[in-house]
Design a protein around this ligand. Structure first.
Ligand SMILES: NC(=O)c1ccc[n+]([C@@H]2O[C@H](COP(=O)([O-])OP(=O)(O)OC[C@H]3O[C@@H](n4cnc5c(N)ncnc54)[C@H](OP(=O)(O)O)[C@@H]3O)[C@@H](O)[C@H]2O)c1
Length: 253
């Protein structure tokens, strides 16, 4: 009975940035748990489509550049038109700019805040409006960061955006919990994706990061599978506004 509450059979999950990295890992995990997948992003879905379909799930790609909210109003409608329903939103797409605070530009600021925070909010709003109009509940899983809790270095707009994601997760949970909409977040630690390539190529930073991770290794996308399925499923129906670190112990240090 308990295990059945993790089952996502018959659900449709919209995952932004599912073509690669953590978004791909999350999409595959939700598909393994039974969900059909709508991948939303600006790049072709790559291997994600074939791997989701190999699991026996349906897959739709909705092309949308998420650095502005222009496409947002239409995304949920497209997902429903293609896959028949919409139950889970994973706000994963994100970007990062690295520069000293003294040299940080307006473009470094706007590019990151736009996709990581503004689009995340307005896509969540579109999801909430859909679920309220349908009289159904829903699940939102935001991808936060260690920099939702810590300051970081040389990533001013990223830290601002991910700290903002933590606040918005709590705000939306407060407003929507009574409507049967769960809004929670996963805070990944240090994962080997293109987002962290610069860090891993810097031998000093790479060593310093590894020394601080109690688990002793970088995360891989599959490490998020359990948390993603939990927060997308009925197993988390009474979990609202929570942030689940999946960080190899980084925050405990
Ligand atoms: N890797 C880590 O250690 C780590 C840690 C904590 C949090 N995160 C977060 O996890 C999420 C996924 O990152 P990742 O590590 O998997 O990095 P990634 O491999 O660089 O993937 C980022 C994804 O976001 C998409 N994206 C970025 N800007 C976009 C835009 N303007 N419009 C549409 N899609 C856009 C990318 O699409 P394209 O392929 O088209 O660029 C890609 O699908 C991000 O929110 C990131 O901040 C990562």
């Amino acid at each position: 009975m308990t295990l059945q509450s993790f089952d996502l059979t018959g659900k449709v999950a919209l995952v932004t940035g599912a073509n690669t990295g953590l978004g791909q890992g999350i999409a595959l995990a939700l598909a393994e748990a039974g969900a059909d997948i709508a991948a939303v992003g600006r790049s072709a879905p790559g291997q994600t489509q074939a791997r989701v379909e190999a699991l026996g799930r349906r897959f739709a790609f909705v092309e949308a550049a998420l650095d502005t909210i222009a496409p947002v109003a239409d995304i949920v409608a497209q997902v429903v038109a293609r896959l028949g329903r919409f139950d889970i939103l994973v706000n994963n797409a994100g970007t990062i700019r690295r520069n000293d605070a003294l040299d940080f530009t307006e473009d470094d600021w706007d590019a990151v805040i736009g996709v990581n925070l503004k689009t995340l909010f307005f896509l969540s709003q579109a999801a909430g409006r859909h679920w309220v109009a349908q009289g159904q509940g829903g699940k939102i899983v935001n991808i936060a960061s260690m920099l939702s809790f810590q300051g970081g270095i040389r990533v001013a707009s990223y830290t601002a955006s991910k700290s903002g994601v933590l606040g918005l997760t709590r705000l939306l949970a407060n407003e929507w919990a009574a409507r049967g909409i769960n809004v929670n977040a996963i805070a990944p630690g240090y994962f080997a994706t293109s987002n962290t390539e610069a860090l891993r190529q810097d031998a000093d930073r790479n060593r310093a990061i590894l020394e601080r991770i109690p688990a002793g290794r970088w995360g891989v996308p599959a490490d998020l599978a359990g948390a993603a399925v939990f927060l997308s499923s009925a197993a988390s129906d009474y979990v609202h506004g929570a942030v689940l670190p999946v960080d190899g112990g980084w925050l405990a240090r």
